[in-house]
Design a protein. Structure first.
Length: 160
């Protein structure tokens, strides 16, 4: 079974314990493949958690979903570029959706995540106008399990 990550670019790394706990919970339920949309913030932090767990859970697979070639150039600084590259290098599979940027590419990436997952782990503040909001709404419409790690709401699970 597959889980996709979606979340805001401003993600407090202090939440990493909650993220680790939720990912391990999914692993204990039989989820083995994790899809990362490769944005700075929550996406990359979540992928790093999966990478860190692979030593204890060798069955885990990480799929990096890159919106377009050159997406790494959109990273805000050298630290995020380095983290991005480490995730790409550690991924079991890399899917690049487009050779170049287009105005719909992030929505296409978000659609790919939802269409190829059984569940979503998100860091969603409730901002409906965000890409994360779009992805969460689409996942709920498709009746995917959605676990939100924002603030104390990580215990809340939505089902479409």
């Amino acid at each position: 079974m597959k889980v996709a990550f979606t979340g805001h670019r401003k993600y407090p790394e202090a939440n990493s314990e909650a993220l680790l706990g939720v990912v391990e919970s999914f692993v204990s339920e039989g989820y083995t493949t994790f899809l990362c949309g490769m944005a700075e913030g929550f996406d990359i932090a979540a992928a790093e958690v999966v990478i860190s767990l692979k030593a204890d859970y060798p069955q885990l697979q990480l799929l990096s979903v890159i919106p377009f070639e050159g997406h790494d150039m959109t990273m805000p600084n050298a630290q995020w570029k380095e983290r991005y590259q480490r995730v790409v290098e550690a991924a079991d599979e890399v899917v690049t959706l487009s050779q170049s940027y287009n105005v719909n590419i992030y929505r296409q990436r978000n659609d790919y995540l939802v269409d190829n997952a059984d569940a979503i782990i998100c860091y969603y503040s409730g901002n409906a106008r965000s890409g994360t909001g779009y992805t969460v709404r689409r996942a709920i419409k498709k009746c995917l399990r959605v676990v939100n790690l924002y603030a104390d709401s990580y215990q809340i699970q939505f089902f479409g």
